[in-house]
Write a new protein. Structure first.
Length: 282
């Protein structure tokens, strides 16, 4: 920030002493309301210490500044966590804490006037289950651009172990068939090193064709798979956070922390990158 930062800090303090409200200062100085709130009650000594920390932080991340600025301008909703992950993906281990990256990204946004677009997300608390007892499965979809700028729709199969939260994902650039659905289970079991006793699903056409007085009638392919694997199936009724909270969060995590803002090259590369990402973050 340098002198610009000190000038901003002093302007906020001066206007506060004049009796202006945070919202008024935000509009007058054309600053984000959160920035004004951050410095509203901050003492001069604390601000000076923060400035020194920024100098140290910049020495570590400055070599990536142009790249980070480019990402933020292309994808204004990009999170600091995703920026750190992209840096690690391209340059290996970055000797920098999550907090330092968040602060540096905030500094870059202020410096280049790149406001963040905020997306609303839900998080649900769910009941703990014994290790190895249950997994949860769901699907997700997302539109991305390929290298030519054309829109591509990708489909995700996601499975999470309810106790450990260990995650697996498999992507396709075409809708899942029942065969694809079963194959994705096999890949997930190989990834986890085994299967669970129970799997929770939404009621989906890929595994169920009808319901008869409360009994689910499965597709023939899935019934054979279920019997062969000796898996107990539990179906969700509508939105049931007690049983589907973890997987709902995982699908969002995949879409917004891994897939969003990526350029699609090919599906094999996308799946490879996703598994590497899960190894780093999952």
């Amino acid at each position: 920030m340098g002198l610009k930062g000190w000038h901003m800090f002093n302007e906020i303090k001066n206007m506060k002493e004049l009796g202006l409200k945070k919202s008024q200062v935000s509009r007058y100085l054309d600053l984000d309301y959160g920035t004004v709130s951050k410095y509203w009650n901050m003492q001069v000594k604390e601000f000076a210490e923060n400035m020194e920390k920024v100098k140290v932080r910049k020495k570590i991340l400055d070599e990536y500044e142009d790249e980070i600025v480019g990402w933020l301008r292309d994808f204004p909703d990009m999170s600091a966590a995703q920026i750190l992950d992209w840096l690690k993906e391209r340059y290996g281990d970055i000797k920098c804490t999550d907090r330092s990256v968040r602060n540096y990204v905030r500094y870059i946004r202020d410096k280049y006037d790149i406001p963040k677009v905020v997306s609303k997300r839900q998080h649900e608390a769910v009941q703990e289950l014994p290790m190895g007892y249950q997994a949860q499965v769901d699907f997700g979809q997302i539109w991305l651009n390929n290298a030519d700028g054309k829109r591509v729709k990708l489909y995700a199969f996601a499975m999470v172990l309810s106790h450990s939260r260990m995650k697996y994902a498999y992507w396709q650039n075409k809708p899942f068939t029942t065969k694809d659905f079963i194959d994705a289970h096999t890949k997930a079991f190989e990834y986890f090193g085994g299967k669970t006793h129970e799997i929770v699903y939404d009621q989906d056409r890929l595994l169920a064709v009808d319901e008869n007085y409360g009994d689910i009638i499965f597709t023939e392919e899935f019934q054979n798979f279920k019997d062969f694997m000796k898996i107990r199936v539990r179906m969700c009724r509508g939105y049931d956070p007690e049983s589907k909270g973890k997987i709902e969060a995982v699908v969002k995590y995949l879409k917004y922390n891994f897939a969003k803002n990526r350029t699609f090259v090919d599906i094999d590369k996308f799946n490879e990158d996703c598994l590497l990402w899960l190894d780093r973050t999952g």
